[in-house]
Design a protein around this ligand. Structure first.
Ligand code: NAG
Ligand code: NAG
Ligand code: NAG
Ligand code: NAG
Ligand code: NAG
Length: 208
């Protein structure tokens, strides 16, 4: 049955016009962690290049951000794919943030930046939406942000199952284009992040 369904990415990519999305009410993103230093901290969009923003922790000082910053407001874009989403793990869509220029505003969708040498992925907002790097996320029934996949490659031979939610979020000190922040990051696979600064976190949506 899975084979008959287009992947979400393809389904979303098929909708090229912004009008094809329903956009949620605005919300903040809050860190939930057993680590008291980062627990309860908010996420903000932090300048990481021309029109590029990472998701940094508002109260964690870093070389590029010595002082606390205010939380940013995000929204969630979904499109009706025809499939009934699993309400427990949530419907996949795109996390969006509006870039405000001097005389323009651009809605940007969260994308993944992969470095060639690390299993730690840096989520970034690039201006607009690039379907080759944009990452579908979902919010589960507890408002926790997850990423879903149905491929299982930890068995031989690799197989597939129902869409499963993963919560591989970390708060890590990262370096990208000269900017060093304590950022929200994602780890590929089951292994621990190789970046020794990473602290396990969850990300919770709180409507403003
Ligand atoms: C909690 O997080 C802070 C900030 O990332 C880190 O310095 C500290 O070592 C962490 N504590 C534990 C117990 O992991
Ligand atoms: C937006 O939501 C409405 C009401 O639920 C639905 O009828 C419509 O199909 C949705 N549009 C898209 C593009 O998903
Ligand atoms: C929805 O996802 C949950 C958590 O993975 C799972 O336990 C449940 O069986 C799923 N429900 C359906 C209808 O697939
Ligand atoms: C951009 O958004 C801001 C805040 O919503 C608004 O005040 C401003 O008029 C917008 N600018 C343009 C060019 O649409
Ligand atoms: C999100 O949806 C809104 C409403 O349809 C649209 O204006 C905006 O451009 C979309 N953002 C992205 C990054 O596609």
């Amino acid at each position: 049955m899975k084979l008959a369904l287009p992947t979400l990415a393809l389904a979303l990519a098929a909708s090229t016009s912004a009008q094809d999305y329903n956009q949620s009410a605005p919300f903040n993103l809050v860190i939930v962690s057993e680590n008291k230093t980062v627990d309860g901290d908010y996420l903000a969009s932090c300048h990481s290049g021309a029109g590029i923003e990472s998701l940094c922790l508002t109260n964690q000082p870093s070389t590029s951000k010595p002082d606390p910053t205010p939380a940013s407001v995000y929204q969630f874009n979904t499109t009706d794919t025809g499939a009934t989403p699993n309400a427990t793990i949530g419907q996949s869509g795109y996390l969006t943030w509006e870039l405000h220029g001097a005389d323009f505003n651009v809605s940007s969708a969260l994308a993944f930046y992969f470095s060639y040498s690390s299993n730690v992925v840096l989520p970034l907002f690039y201006p607009g939406i690039d379907y080759s790097t944009v990452v579908p996320v979902a919010f589960d029934s507890n408002n926790l942000m997850n990423i879903q996949d149905y491929v299982i490659d930890t068995v031989n031979p690799p197989t597939y199952g129902d869409e499963k939610a993963y919560y591989r979020w970390y708060a890590c000190t990262t370096y990208y284009l000269g900017y060093t922040y304590v950022n929200l990051a994602w780890t590929l696979g089951e292994a621990a992040p190789q970046n020794p600064t990473c602290v396990k976190v969850d990300v919770k949506r709180v409507f403003v």
